[in-house]
Each structure stands twice: as C-alpha cells, then as structure tokens.
Design a protein. Sequence first.
Lengths: 185, 552
Amino acid sequence: MSTLIRHGKVADDHWQWIEGDLPRVVERLEAGEHLVLPLAVWSAHRARLDPLHSGVWLGPDDAPETLLPWLAGIPLVAIHFPVFTDGRGYSLAHLLRRRHGYSGELQAVGDVLVDQLALMAQCGFDSFRLRADQSPAAALAALAGGLRSPWPGPVVPRFAAASAGHDVTPAYSLDMMHCRIDGRD
Amino acid sequence: MYRYKQADQRLVDDRVAQFRDQMTRFLDGRLGEDEFRPLRLQNGLYVQRHAPMLRVAIPYGTLAAYQLRTLADIARRFDRGYGHFTTRCNIQFNWVRLEEAPDILAELATVQMHAIQTSGNCIRNITTDPFAGVAADELFDPRPYCEIVRQWSTLAPEFLFLPRKFKIAFAGGAEDRAAVRFHDIGAIARVADDGRIGFEVCVGGGLGRTPMVGRSMRDFLPREELLNYFEAILRVYNRHGRRDNKYKARIKILVKDLTLEGFTREVEDEWAWTRGGPGCISDATFREMEAFFARHDDAPAAADDPGHLTALADSRAFARWVERNASAHREPGYAVVTLSLKKTGVPPGDATAEQMDGVAELAERFSAGEIRVSHEQNLVLPHVARRDLPALWEGARALGMATPNIGLLTDLVCCPGGDFCSLANARSIPVAAAIQQRFDDLDYLFDLGPLELNMSGCVNACGHHHIGHIGILGVDKNNEEWYQVTLGGREGSQAALGRVIGPSFAAGQIPDVIAHLLEVYVGVRHEGEPFIDALERVGLDAFKARVYGGAA
C-alpha cells in the first residue's frame, strides 16, 4: 500500500487512479467518485467533467501547456515518474507551478523515493504518493529537515536584479542563498 | 578566489550528513544498489576495478594552497599517498574505501571543497582557462561567471536527473585554452561594440563515442541573461533529450536531431518567458563576484630583473624550463608557470602527497597562495614574479615537477585507462610511459616544437584523444588491447576532430608509429612550422604511407 503525503503530513487519499481510457468515466464522476485521469481522457471528456471531482495526470512526455486554459480550476495535477532517474517531471512541475501559477495540489506519483522528495518539493510538488516500499517516517523526515539548499521552495531568483524593478521579494543577494526548502528561516 | 559564504558552507556540511545517512542505509541494506547508484555518483563516488574511486571537484580548476594541503592529507590518510588530476581539472583518489567516503567529504568541507556533481547525469564541474585572470590575451576574467554558474548549478533541483551528463566551460579571450567547443555548453567571452559584456554560446560539443565540435547558437548573450539562457537550454534538453539509449542521450544528439536552427528556436522560445525577468543577474552580484577574483596587489616587478636574466644566460636547463613552462602574464614583470606532471615514468596527471604539499608551499612563497589545474593535467602557478623564477625552478626540480616539456610531445594527456578504470578497453599508462621513454631526448623534443598527444583507454575519451594532434585510442579486439591512431585533432578557435589513419596497432608498435609520423613531419615542415600546421598543409597520405608502408 503506497502512502500519500500531502503538505508534510500522511494523508487520506480519496482519489482513484485511472490508467487508461475508461468507458464509464462520466457516470463514475457523476456518482461522486474522484478520478485522476490520464491527460488524453481528461481532454476528451473535459467539457462534461465536474472540475471538483476530476484530476489529471501527466506522463513525462506530456505537454503541461495543454492544461493552461483550465489550470485554475483543476484540483489535482499528478505527474508520473516511470523511474526515479527520469527527471522530466521536475521540469513539468516547475513549469506548472512557477511559470503558470498553478495553485492546486501537485502530486508526484510512480517511482517516488525518499531521497528525491526534497528536490521534488523545491520544484513545486506539495503531495507525494510514495513507492510502496518507502518508509513514511523517513519521507516526512526528508521533507521536514535535510539539506539546507540554496534552492528554496517559493522560487527566489538567486542572482536577481533588484535594481531592474522586478517584483522579486526579497531581491536576491548572495547572502540570501540560505532560504530553507520549506520557506522558513 | 571565491570564499564560501555561510550558506555555501551549510550546503556542503548538510550534504556530508545527507550522504553519510545514505551510505549507512546502503551498507545495512535499507537502500538498494540501483537507488544508491545515482546518489553516490552525484557525490563523486564510483565503483572501480580495484576499489571505489572518489572524484573531488576543483571548481574551474582553482585551488588555494591550504586546499591542496588537505588533498595531500586525504591522499595519505585515505588513499595510497597520491591522487590523479583529470582532464576536467578535478582530482581522483583511486584507492578509497567505500565506507570512508563520507569522512573524506567531511574533510573536504572543512576547506570549502566537495565532490558534488563530479559524476552522474547532471551539470558537472565548470571548467575554464587555467590562465584565467592573468592571461595577457584575455578580454575579461571568466571566473566570476564560472562561480555564478557553479552556484546556480549546484543541486539545482530541476536538473539533477538529466538524460546524461552535462559539461559547461568558459573561455575568457581570443585564445581558447579550455576546449570550450568540446562541451555541452561552451561560453566564449565577447565585448559588444557598445562595450557591453557577454558571451558567444556554443552548444552540442563533446568527445566520447560520437565526437562533435560545438556549434555557435548565439553570437552575443548579454551577461545578465546568462542563467536565464542556460536554464532555457537545460530545460529543453531535460524535457526532450533522448532517454532510451545512453549512447544517444547527450545534448549533441538532440541538437543534431532538431537541427541547430530547430534547437535554437526551442531555446529562444523558452528564454522568451524569462528574458529580462527576475532571473537576470544584478550588477551588484557581478561587482561582488568580481571582487572575489580581483588580482591581488602584485608588487611591481621588473621584467628585466638582473638575477633572472643572469640565470637565463648561465643555465641552459633553466632557460629551457622558462621557454616551455613560463607563459606571458598580463603584467610583464610576472609569469604564469606550469609545473609538469608529465615526468617520464610517472602516470600523467598523478601527484604524490609530498608533491602536493610541496606545490602548496611553492604557491605560498611565489604565487599568492594560488594554484590552477589545467585540463592538460598539469599544475599552474599563476602569479610568479620573474625575479623568483630561479628559486621556483629549484623548488620544482626538487619535487620532480620541472620537466621542461609543456606543450611538447611528452606533455601527453592520458586517462587512467585499464589499470584502474572499469570502463577501459585497454591500458593507457604503460603506452604513455613507453612514448615518454622513447622520446626522452630534450634536444629532439625542442626541435619538434609544439605537439599535443592525447590518449584514451576507451571511447568515453577521458584522455580527449579526438583533439590531440596525435590521438591514441585503446580498443578491444578479441580480448586483446589494440590502439587506433588519429591525426589532425586540435582545440582552440580552429577546433577539429582527428581522423583515423588506418588499422590499429599493438601496444609495442606505438612508439615506432609515433617515430614514423615525426620523421614525415621533420621531412616536410617549413622553417618554424608546427606539426599540426604541416599536417594540415600536406594532408594525411604521406603520414599513412610511412606508417603502413604504402599498404594502408
């Protein structure tokens, strides 16, 4: 049984993962089920979906740009890591969260291991469906402590031009590299 | 030199604790081999033929004397008393114990060093010209930009699981001494007509199995956009680079598949999102970085110091050493001195703990405490007053590091090869030794003039054989070691890849093959014409004919 961690806590998961096309998607949604649909299925049924009950998951070679017109209303976007060494999901998360301002739940699924959680969080993931053999306690510890990276959660450009008048708070100086992953400190 | 801020120090300290925990979990079985592998590689730890190997980062090849002393100490306490300087300006310890790797990293952290991203499919150590900041022909010092990119790329969370390794190099001037066109990204210093500072950006260069010369994708990138642009390149590569075949996963293959124009368009579209935005580097950051690298206050020194001139006149050996091993410094009273790690009989790039301590002392006495590592695997003292050259020469001789062969045939570049490396198809060190022994006559070497010989023990090309004027590649044929010879490679602004001259040779034949190539050169050269120029003028055929007796 894989554990879900959301916002730094072990959480219940009421979402059902849908792998392929599903004939009764709309009926099941109407029956109140919460489904996470592959991008193609989500796109095909989008007009009839209840946004509150339907999430979407992306494979590593899916284009997150497809979601842009509807992004604000999607409660859950999951990104699948087929193997933990496939780093494409980090870029997809960065784009959704940092560039396109997605503020809903951004979940890492698949080969999600304790030693990569902090990196995922830095790229904008706030929820993690751990691989079944991973220890929930170790995962929570990895997210709470660990390495004080110069790469913070809410992105603070590390060398930013304060003088250029950008709305960067706080503007970068070399002394500010020590923002913690979780945004404290 | 850059000095760590509190944040840099905490990062390396935390990294040691993190890796110690990962190592403990690996050793007690909680962390599987497959999951541990990328973690240890991103901390520089390989499992090699005889023992684990730890590769320590030397950012842009710059070391302080106290750091070199710590490397010597590590060599003595954790290895067999020596280390190997690599063509990426790093140092490798070939005999470490797996369980002691975290202790070594802890030692390194006490002197602002680490092994982060010296291996793995991530952004590797940034390299530059070993003469950066002191070269007479430099447009501007590239090191502040190297440091900015080092900080940006260190544990950049988005780019730690790229399709394949990623190498970045900077050149500061007209003469490229960092082989930038053989990197995934090569940045070449440029000053625009209006005085703005920036870089030409080349992409897709590399050696290895599919060698390619990097191609220019942007003539001028203003310096404040450096990270926005690099991030755009990395993001396009991370998303679209091939992951189905590790031999086709480098960015050069993506550039080839998309065409340079197509790839550039993708990058520029990506850059359009960030261009002029908060990722721009501020002038304050540039000023702060430049201050770290400002030249120390060299006392004025006379270029025609009488003691130095007398020594030149009195000692042919000293004069030869100055001719080959001392290069022009931007201050005429100073020189940039290269200490040779290419003494005959010693594996190229190897240095003992005693030599490292000795070089640290020489650096403190004569070079403001600073040492550089060159990608030709030598050590460089960048700030030597010419009046100190005789004393430095004596000190270097005592260490066995005064061989006057810089840029000559015996200054050959060579990977550790089959003696150490589990990837190698053939040994390289014994072949290097045989060449050095055969061509040990200094008069002959000086007469031959500048000549670069590079050797790799396998197609991964750590010895950069493709860019040697003469290149030697170890290959495996039916479990026997054979050596393929290439001619005509070169680095710098006329970068080119060597061409294979014909069927490969047994190890014992290599010195004769080299001798035959040199005979042809001596026969055809014009007055003062270097080997590579003569080769390009007359073509390969005469050389092939001599080597293969017309049968090739």
